[in-house]
Design a protein around this ligand. Sequence first.
Ligand SMILES: Cc1cc2nc3c(=O)[nH]c(=O)nc-3n(C[C@H](O)[C@H](O)[C@H](O)COP(=O)(O)OP(=O)(O)OC[C@H]3O[C@@H](n4cnc5c(N)ncnc54)[C@H](O)[C@@H]3O)c2cc1C
Ligand SMILES: Cc1cc2nc3c(=O)[nH]c(=O)nc-3n(C[C@H](O)[C@H](O)[C@H](O)COP(=O)(O)O)c2cc1C
Length: 643
Amino acid sequence: MLDLKDLLSPITIKNTQIPNRAVMPPMGTALGQRGEVSEALLAYMRRQAAGGVGLLISEITAVHPTGVVTPAQLGAWDDKFIPGLKKLSDAMHSGGGRAAMQLHHAGRESYYLLKKGLAMGPSAAPSLVYGQAPKEMTPDQIQEIIESFGTAAARARQAGFDAVEIHGAHGYLLTQFMSAISNHRTDAYGGAFADRARFVVEVVQCVRKHVGDDFPVLLRLSAEEFIKGGYTVEDVLTVMPALKAAGVDVLHASVGTHGSPGGITSAPPEYPTGFNVWRAEKIKAATGLPVIAVGRFNDPRAANEIIARGEADFVAFGRQQLCDPDYLKKAQAGRYEDIRLCIACNQGCIEREMYEGKSVRCAINPETGQELIYPRSPAPVPKKVWIVGAGPAGLIAAFEAKRLGHQVTLFEKEPLAGGNIRYACKAPHKEIYGDWIDWLIRQVEKAGVTIRTGTPVTDRMLADDQPEAVILAVGGEKIVPPIEGLASPLVYDAWQILGETIPPGKNALVVGGGLIGMETACFLSARGASVTLIEQLPSSPVLKATSHGYSLHKYLREKGCLLRFGCTLKKIDAGGVTLLSADREEKLSGFDQIVIAVGMKPRSDMKEMLKQKNICHTIVGDALKVRRIMEATEEGAKAAWDL
Ligand SMILES: Cc1cc2nc3c(=O)[nH]c(=O)nc-3n(C[C@H](O)[C@H](O)[C@H](O)COP(=O)(O)OP(=O)(O)OC[C@H]3O[C@@H](n4cnc5c(N)ncnc54)[C@H](O)[C@@H]3O)c2cc1C
Ligand SMILES: Cc1cc2nc3c(=O)[nH]c(=O)nc-3n(C[C@H](O)[C@H](O)[C@H](O)COP(=O)(O)O)c2cc1C
């Protein structure tokens, strides 16, 4: 395609020709097993490679047992790993792209080793993520780890990789040496920035020594630590000549660490596409090195422009790759409307791995991470299937059931399909969720499913029509709390406010500090309302550790919203509201809106009847248990696969 000619043009690094400039950056999958690759990982990787990106970089691969993040991480510290790594490089080559292996040592950022007292770092400064301190590395250990990067790189070459990438980013061991926050050493590896970077320079030198002059060596750095007191891109520029001289061929300019607030490394939707390109561009301009730009790319046209303007030589598409491995092929065919765009929710990928200890998925692409069970051929016996409810669970179920050859009818009681995503897209920066659900609806229709909107399914309809199978995806319904005075004309629910059937007030009390309450408070604040939010729990149920949670808290803080925890609404009357906190009653007045957002419970509709009439059915998504998009799409897809 003409409009992608720069992105699709080949480039040669050392003697290795890379067929195009689209890069799959390293992404941990937790699909490995005790350092070894698994069939699930190979299947995942073959699927990723089939998309045709020019360069695929493996997930973090530990160079030494003291640097392992989780037992699921791949290893390269011993020759015994070479056969497995060879299978991995074969899988990565299977789509025609080149393969690099990422060399990694976690340092103090391994909870797994911190817990056992086995983690090491430049100094005994506690991890900003886990709060626990590693052991300070001895000079001998420093030399041993430097050497282990070199020997692991040599194994990568033996295992058929075309390049290696040294992981110097995101707060792992190399960043820990570079950062004044984690490196308090007084020997040659501590002190001024250039001294703190000595470890990185020596790792590069050692890797170069082990792989030879003709082998491409990439270095990934957090070009800026993005943390108070952390180093900046200007600091990095001062050591780039030394890194280049040590043997770096390509600089991969990431940003932030796991300790940076708000998850900027895998940035949430408020960061626009390409927000981090300027750092790569600066390094390229100063050093002349080819650079990889990364950060929130999901449209190949935007990537093409970056390359055409000479700001970077490669563009990495991380979460977009997980969300739709075929994005490049679709773009090449001019099928932009079919690309499933990443919504940067982080729910199925990075946060699922970090906070739930589970393997990689994508909240809106049920194939990712499930390649071994994802059915590719039509169902042997097509069935007449009714899917009730066109929220994410029902829509995905309909798409998958149709893809597998079933005869599908999808019902939605509301005039518009989309379920709760119609409300979930209303908080600031969440418009992209609405774009996704509109895309999904178009894909379902394009696949040939008619969505019968404005058609509530009833027990009677089911009994009359007797479909062979039913997927019940009717979602949840709001909980109405037993509060005195709830009939007051000032009282609304979150859906009325977010659905804009009621205009925002000037002085609102939001009751409930879960996700829906927080988002309603953001929505009202964004429209100029003064908002007080109360939550009965002693602290916020929306964790700041997630990128979305962090954004919500930050937004409300900046808007001056008053958040009160351990506080319940007892009564509403003509004089105002009575709140109860720490056994003390307090009367407040002046609110012109009281918005109830105390949560949802699964709808019970049709469940009894389906059981009684013995109709084959599966209950999915919020209709089963009120949760998130991730569970809704996963269960919707699985129900269709299992028909
Ligand atoms: C304000 C808000 C913000 C949210 N933010 C997030 C977020 O950031 N991340 C996240 O993961 N989750 C979020 N959620 C939760 C997420 O929206 C739900 O978990 C998800 O929509 C559940 O999908 P579902 O398909 O199971 O149910 P729903 O989305 O509720 O869809 C069910 C559908 O069934 C229809 N239906 C019901 N009864 C019938 C019937 N008898 N006949 C026909 N149709 C029927 C309903 O009208 C509805 O369209 C948010 C929810 C809200 C309300
Ligand atoms: C699930 C997941 C795992 C990741 N694992 C790694 C990793 O192993 N090594 C690494 O350098 N970066 C890792 N990252 C960061 C990505 O490589 C990438 O820099 C980041 O997601 C930003 O790119 P994007 O906005 O295109 O997703 C990971 C990101 C995700 C989403």
